[in-house]
Design a protein around this ligand. Sequence first.
Ligand code: GDP
Length: 195
Amino acid sequence: MKVHHADIVISAVDKKQYPETDIPEIALAGRSNVGKSSFINTLLERKNLARTSSKPGKTQTLNFYLIENSFHFVDVPGYGYAKVSKTERAKWGKMIETYLTQRSQLRAVISLIDVRHAPSKEDVQMYEFLKYYDIPVIVVATKADKIPRGKWNKHESMIKKSLNFDGNDHFILFSSETKQGKEQAWSVIEAYLEL
Ligand code: GDP
C-alpha cells in the first residue's frame, strides 16, 4: 500500500477518548526499543510520524493514527522499562487490557519482537493474552539486518517455540534498514482490514 494520508487523531488513555468511528483497527505492541516506531514509519514512508525511541516516564497513551481515511493504526506504548513504577505499570496494563478486550473493530495486533533475542517474559505474556482472547496476531521480528541471513530460520524457530506460536497467525521477518518484509506486512495487514 502506498500511503498518502496519515495523521495522528488522538492520544487516548480512557475509553471515552477513543475515536467514535467503526473503521477497522490494527494495534501495534512491543517492548520499548524493539523498533516499533521505525516499523510504522517504514510502512507509512514517513521519517518521523511515530516518534522513535520515546523516553520512559512520558505519559503512556494509545496513539490512534488515521491512515488513508480508512483505518487506524493504534500504537500501544512500549513495555519492559525497568524504571517504570508498579503503579504506572498497573495503569498501563489496565489501559491496554481495556482496549484489547473491548474495542470491537480491532482486527489484529502486530506484536513486534527483536529477532536477535528470545522473546522476553512480557512478549510471551502479551502473546498468551492475545491468544486467550482469540485476537489474531502478526508477529513482526524486527532488526533482521542485524543477524546473518543464514541464521534467520533458526531465530524464527526459536521465537515461535518460545511463544507456542499458533499456526494461524503470521510471522514476518522485518528490517526498517533494508525494508525487508514491508510488502509482506502490508499484504497481511490489508487482508485483515478487508479493504
Ligand atoms: P521503539 O522504541 O520500539 O519505537 O523503537 P525505535 O523504532 O525507536 O527503534 C529503537 C532503535 O533501534 C533505534 O536506534 C532504531 O534506529 C533502531 N532500529 C529500529 N529498527 C531497526 C532495524 O530494522 N534495523 C536496525 N539495524 N536498527 C533498527
